[in-house]
Design a protein around this ligand. Sequence first.
Ligand code: ASP
Ligand code: MG
Length: 425
Amino acid sequence: MGLVVQKYGGSSVADAEGIKRVAKRIVEAKKNGHQVVVVVSAMGDTTDELIDLAQEVSPMPAGREFDMLLTAGERISMALLAMAIKNLGHEAQSFTGSQAGVITDSVHNKARIIDVTPGRIRTALDEGNIAIVAGFQGVSQDKKDITTLGRGGSDTTAVALAAALDAEVCEIYTDVDGVFTADPRVVKKARKIDWISFEDMLELASSGSKVLLHRCVEYARRYNIPIHVRSSFSGLTGTWVSSEPITQGDKKVEQAIISGVAHDTSEAKITVVGVPDKPGEAAAIFRTISDAEINIDMIVQNVSAASTGLTDISFTLPKAEGRKAIDALEKNKHGIGYESLRYDDQIGKISLVGAGMKTNPGVTADFFTALSDAGVNIELISTSEIRISVVTRADDVKEAVTAVHSAFGLDSDSDEAVVYGGTGR
Ligand code: ASP
Ligand code: MG
């Protein structure tokens, strides 16, 4: 029996009852003969509450102090969890990210893990303890300041520790039974996926699926750590995310042609209207955006009207960056030379993901047919080798996802998409 890393999200430890329930599960793994390292998130909505509190005392809190504040959330849950385990008659010790050896760069609020030196965790395990580690935090290598890894960062802590400790598996416990073929909060007939490759999971994560964060999956792929996403509220087997298909009975689970349908309503669209159709224009627009350190997603350029020689260029970006992008483009209006800007935050993105589309012609046609049958108008399109995405009106997203999900035969016949709690982050 090897070492397992288990991660419990905020909704799994939302109150004292939740903490006691989770403690029992952890003790079971230990009783089964595993060495157990647990990564825990802050209780319920604690992180959001701490953010609100910071905003009340300062509109722009200093990064260092903001991180110091936010890491308090995980300190509370880790200590309570260790107490609850001890109360069940088992040894447990809690550790901050810094004590656990999570070393990061010094970018406050979205630090990257650069090394993990889990000496103290090893010692605690060797002495027979269950080790509880605060998720989402570390210590910067140069200044030794406390850092956080960005919202939802506990998953990354768990995978990083699993890699550093050479764990058998990293179990991510959440409030749904695994990764579904669509968001179970939106599509009631979503089906649980038994196995999904790192590649498809990465595409789903970057297309808006919230069950696992992109950075966490990227880390797991780099170190080849299998992830088992499952519910802390049920005893069901969840979804395995790994490089090689798992076996069920004596059969390998086959790679699905389509893994799932993701959606995202966190983006906005900017249209730069009346851009002269000549070399250098797109470069000027996107240099302006990148100088403002804004990441964009999709881009389209329309054909120019023959009479005016002018064209429109549209692109999507996170809503949170909308103001900054408009300001930067307005400031550089003369340098770029466009007529006007349009900003639209009532958009949604729907993406179909699956490695099988590389070898199955007709996927694209079926996707567009499903959208047209549902009466959904398409505004932008982008593709990768294993993904097709479209932008629609935000109001159409639910219908579009449901229609595409059915059209690709992904609907389950039983109601397996149970949501046990939380808000899907
Ligand atoms: N508590 C942090 C957050 O809410 C980290 C996490 O949940 O993973 O973002
Ligand atoms: Mg949380």
